[in-house]
Design a protein around this ligand. Structure first.
Ligand code: RIB
Ligand code: CA
Length: 318
C-alpha cells in the first residue's frame, strides 16, 4: 500500500500528542519528521514535549526539528486559553513524562522541511496543527519547493465562532499573518477547523473505557485531566475535542469528513476580528475557492481510528 508521506508541525499540547500517536500508529502514514513551533506553550517546551512523546511510544527514529519561537508580526506570550494543556503542555500530570534522553535533529524546522522536500522522490503532505509560522516561512524562503508540497492539511480556523476570540481560532490568531500568507499561496489546502473538530470528540462517558484499553491509552488518559475539565466545565462540550487528529483522519478516510470548497482569507487588520478566517460560503466575492473546509465529521469511526492507532503503538512497544 502506498503510504502518505507527511511532515507534522506541532505545538504539543494534549491533542497534538494524541495526533502524533495517530500519525505513528496508522499504517497509512510515513512520518518523515515533526517540526515544532510556539503555540500552546513556548517552542522550547513544545519541542521537549514532542521528544517526550516519541520516547514514550518508542519512535526515537523520527527526526524533530525546532522552529518558530514567535509569530511573524505580533508579540508572543503563551496565551491564557492554552492553559487547557497544563503549564507543561502535557496536562501537568502528577507522574509527568521523564525529560527526554533524545534531542533534536540539528536543523531548524524550515531547513528540515526544505531538505526533506528537496530530497523526497515524491511530493510531501504538510500537516500543521499549531500556528502556521513555520510553513509560511518555508514557502516565503523556498518558493522553488512548492511543487514538492502535495497539499497542506491544517488544523485551524472556523467559519463560525472562535475559541480564542469571539471569531478567531487559536492556531490562526496566534499568527494571522502567517495563515494569511498560506491561504494566499495557491497551495492545495484542507482546513480542518472548529466547524468539524468540535464534533470530533471523545465523549466523557467513553473516557474511562478509553483509558483502560492499554498502557499507552492509560498514560494519555492521565494527561487529559485538565483538558477534560475545560471541555466539560467551560466549553460545555459533550467530550474532549480531538482537533489536531482530524487532519490525519481526513487523509486516511476522506469519507469521514463532510467538506466544501470555499474562498478563505484571514483578517490581519481588524480590531475585533483579527485572526478570523473569513470564509465566503455564499461566494459573494466571486473568488475561486482556495481551500476545502471541513464542515462535519462522523465522530465514532473517527475516534475509533484514534483508539486503533494508539493500540497499534502500544503493542509495538510493550
Ligand atoms: O484551536 C485548537 C488548536 O489550538 C489545536 O491545535 C490545539 O492544539 C491548539 O493548538
Ligand atoms: Ca495544536
Amino acid at each position: 500500500m502506498e503510504k502518505i508521506k507527511i511532515i507534522m508541525d506541532v505545538d504539543v499540547g494534549i491533542d497534538d500528542a494524541i495526533a502524533m500517536c495517530l500519525a505513528l500508529g496508522n499504517e497509512k502514514f510515513e512520518v518523515l519528521g515533526f517540526t515544532t513551533t510556539f503555540g500552546n506553550r513556548r517552542c522550547e517546551v513544545t519541542t521537549q514535549n514532542t521528544l517526550k512523546i516519541l520516547e514514550l511510544v518508542g519512535r526515537t527514529d523520527i527526526p524533530v526539528a525546532p522552529g518558530a519561537v514567535r509569530p511573524l508580526v505580533k508579540e508572543y506570550n503563551p496565551p491564557e486559553f492554552s492553559i487547557v494543556h497544563g503549564y507543561d503542555g502535557l496536562g501537568d500530570m502528577a507522574d509527568p513524562l521523564p525529560q527526554p534522553t533524545i534531542t533534536t535533529c540539528g536543523k531548524s524546522a524550515v531547513q528540515f522541511m526544505a531538505d526533506t522536500l528537496r530530497e523526497s522522490d515524491e511530493p510531501v503532505t504538510l500537516v500543521p496543527v499549531g500556528p502556521m509560522t513555520n510553513v509560511a516561512t518555508l514557502i516565503m524562503t523556498h518558493p522553488e519547493l512548492m511543487p514538492k508540497i502535495k497539499e497542506v492539511v491544517l488544523m485551524g480556523g472556523s467559519t463560525i465562532k472562535g475559541n480564542a476570540s469571539p471569531v478567531a481560532e487559536a492556531n490562526i490568531i496566534q499568527d494571522p499573518e502567517a495563515a494569511y500568507i498560506l491561504f494566499k499561496s495557491g497551495l492545495k489546502i484542507k482546513m480542518a477547523g472548529l466547524d468539524a473538530t468540535w464534533d470530533g470528540y471523545i465523549a466523557f462517558d467513553e473516557l474511562e473505557e478509553f483509558g483502560k484499553a492499554n498502557w499507552l491509552s492509560e498514560k494519555i488518559y492521565s494527561m487529559c485531566g485538565i483538558y477534560a475539565e475545560h471541555y466539560r466545565e467551560r466549553m460545555k462540550n459533550p467530550g474532549l475535542a480531538m482537533h489536531d487528529s482530524l487532519t490525519l483522519a481526513w487523509l486516511v478516510n476522506p469519507e469521514l469528513v463532510q467538506a466544501e470548497d470555499y474562498y478563505v482569507t484571514v483578517d490581519i487588520n481588524g480590531r475585533y476580528t483579527y485572526g478570523m478566517t473569513v470564509t465566503d460560503v455564499d461566494n459573494v466575492m466571486k473568488y475561486k475557492p482556495n481551500a476545502t473546509v471541513a464542515m462535519g465529521v462522523d465522530r465514532v469511526p473517527f475516534i475509533n481510528m484514534i483508539k486503533e492507532a494508539i493500540a497499534n503503538l502500544a503493542a509495538q512497544k510493550k
